[in-house]
Design a protein around this ligand. Structure first.
Ligand code: ADP
Ligand code: MG
Length: 297
């Protein structure tokens, strides 16, 4: 028998490095008219580097103790920021004490107990205690890092701000070409949906030609952004890599996960997985779907 067009398209998608999980998914990809892209790990390479270690004055923390505690707390995490913080500590030869009671909150950060101290590491906007006397100094450090386009994470010890870490990721080399390709295929510019801060998000969006930026989103806010567009009559494709993207990947018309560094939950939830690390595979599979759909009678 001749291969049915949607199955040939799945085989072709495989050659482009995309695992499409079913013929139904292959068909749905071509119906998409709006694409929502995640930032960290999707438009960026997902291998951030530590750029700054700033203990707060009066906190008693030093660069070494701050990084040691943050890395010990992040040790159980699979987030790109967690991996970067642990790698930076290792590179400085720091010995990481074992952490207990580890919990991760997608879109917010992690908590763990390190040497009897409760350590929290995560998004300043979510962790900075209002009215705390150290909040002003921490806030100023955060603003300075974010204005430079970096991601700032706050470290709290027993609920008190101890310092701020700065991290920066690189744009994928094919990010701008992917945005352009998606715009010409769908007639609409993709949107950016990220849990990161609005300043870093705006800077990255400008670099790739995205104007609709939603930042500071929790996993459920990403779902809200998808639902809003679908309520306006659009069929939305979400592309993401994190645990924080899983609810939006599930809620959207179609979801694609980044395979190389993506979380297991994202890979399981998505309808398709980019196995080779190329973002341009996204417009490629949409085009393949459209060709196959024209051949289906
Ligand atoms: P994105 O949507 O861009 O992939 P996330 O939702 O995963 O970003 O993360 C949003 C923000 O939450 C990060 O910028 C960071 O401030 C905080 N965060 C999430 N996970 C962690 C973690 N493991 N360590 C530190 N901060 C974290
Ligand atoms: Mg991400």
């Amino acid at each position: 028998a001749t291969m049915p067009p949607l199955l040939s398209a799945i085989a072709n998608a495989g050659r482009h490095g995309v695992l499409v999980k079913s013929a139904v998914v292959m068909e749905r990809l071509g119906q998409v008219d709006t694409v929502a892209l995640d930032k960290t790990g999707t438009l960026t390479a997902g291998t951030p580097q530590l750029t700054a270690i700033r203990p707060l004055s009066g906190s008693g923390a030093t660069e070494e103790t701050l990084l040691t505690r943050a890395a010990a707390a992040e040790h159980g995490g699979e987030h790109p920021l967690a991996r970067a913080i642990v790698a930076a500590a290792r590179a400085r030869g720091l010995v990481l004490p074992a952490a207990g009671e580890f919990t991760a909150s997608p879109g917010t950060g992690v908590r763990a107990t390190v040497d009897g101290t409760r350590v929290a590491v995560g998004a300043p906007a979510r962790l900075l205690p209002a009215g705390d006397p150290t909040a002003a100094e921490a806030g100023a450090l955060v603003t300075e890092l974010e204005e430079a386009g970096h991601t700032a994470v706050l470290v709290l010890c027993d609920g008190v701000p101890a310092g701020v870490l700065g991290l920066a990721d690189q744009l994928r080399p094919d990010a701008a070409a992917t945005v352009t390709g998606l715009r010409s295929l769908t007639g609409r510019t993709p949107t950016l949906v990220t849990g990161d801060n609005p300043r870093a998000a705006a800077r990255l969006a400008a670099a790739v030609g995205i104007t609709d930026v939603r930042a500071g989103l929790l996993p459920q806010d990403k779902v809200g952004a998808v639902r809003e567009q679908e309520a306006a009559g659009h069929r939305v494709l979400v592309v993401g890599d994190g645990v924080n993207d899983a609810p939006a990947l599930a809620a959207a018309h179609t979801g694609i996960a980044m395979g190389r560094a993506g979380s297991d939950l994202a890979l399981e939830t998505a309808d398709a997985v980019i196995v080779r690390d190329e973002l341009t595979a996204v417009p490629a599979v949409i085009a393949l779907s459209r060709t196959a759909r024209r051949l289906v009678v």
